[in-house]
Design a protein around this ligand. Structure first.
Ligand code: 5RP
Length: 233
């Protein structure tokens, strides 16, 4: 395992150990960090704990099934806590998500949870969002007009349709297309998210407003630390 993977495992395990109680339903995210949280929940279920999971993607659902973790659909159970990775965490705790293309369901689960806990490695911490292009999920029928509308509204932004590794258009779990939008530094992520969602055909963006996040756990330098909301880094 690489050092980066060890950090991801450490923060994924720490979040589950700190925030997941037996007898509850938890939301679990998608990606190479969140998968360790799934792994830890799997260990606890195997030891006999009663934990039910709402998965944020087909990939996470698959991993849960492989580990024998009971699943619930969104809305079926109260979600005590949702745990997920991020591509960027800004100083105000706003996030860029969607590197794995699962941000629509990830946001739905985070919004439904009593608390949303973000797990990252230290290089994901930034002052402002924007170095990582903002993923925008788009109904395929509207792809060309949505792309043009974003380019006109944000001159200088680079808007690119996401492709899969084999070069074919990326398709989300919801059957939609994705465009990755490089806007440069984002001063007001909530306003940008709202403006993009005004464009007919946009389903969701990977911008998560700061107040949604209840806790941020960061792995790096051989430890996992929890950020304080007001503290400087
Ligand atoms: C998937 C996500 C992921 O949480 C995000 O991309 C971070 O992934 P990783 O932990 O693999 O860096 O938003 O849609």
């Amino acid at each position: 395992m690489t050092e980066a993977d060890e950090h991801k495992r450490a923060v994924g395990f720490a979040a589950v150990d700190r925030y997941v109680r037996s007898g509850t339903c938890v939301g679990l995210g998608t990606g190479s960090t969140a998968r360790w949280a799934v792994e830890r929940v799997g260990e606890r279920v195997a030891r006999g704990e009663n934990i039910v999971v709402v998965a944020t993607s087909a990939a996470t659902e698959r991993q849960c099934r492989e580990l024998g973790i009971p699943l619930a659909a969104l809305g079926e159970r109260e979600i005590d806590v949702a745990i997920d990775g991020a591509d960027e965490v800004a100083a105000d705790w706003s996030l860029t998500k969607g590197g794995g293309g699962a941000h629509f369901r990830e946001k739905a689960v985070a919004l439904a949870a009593r608390a949303f806990v973000v797990i990252v490695t230290a290089e994901k911490l930034v002052e402002k969002l924007g170095a990582f292009p903002t993923p925008v999920e788009v109904v395929p029928f509207t792809l060309a007009v949505v792309t043009r509308a974003i380019e006109i509204a944000y001159p200088g932004a680079r808007v690119q349709q996401r492709l899969s590794r084999d070069g074919t258009p990326f398709v989300t779990d919801n059957g939609n297309a994705l465009v990755d939008c490089a806007f440069g530094a984002i001063d007001d992520p909530a306003a940008l998210d709202a403006a993009l969602r005004e464009i007919h055909g946009v389903v969701a963006t990977g911008l998560f407003p700061g107040p949604l996040t209840a806790a941020v756990l960061v792995a790096g330098g051989g430890e996992v630390r929890e950020l304080l909301r007001i503290a400087s880094r």
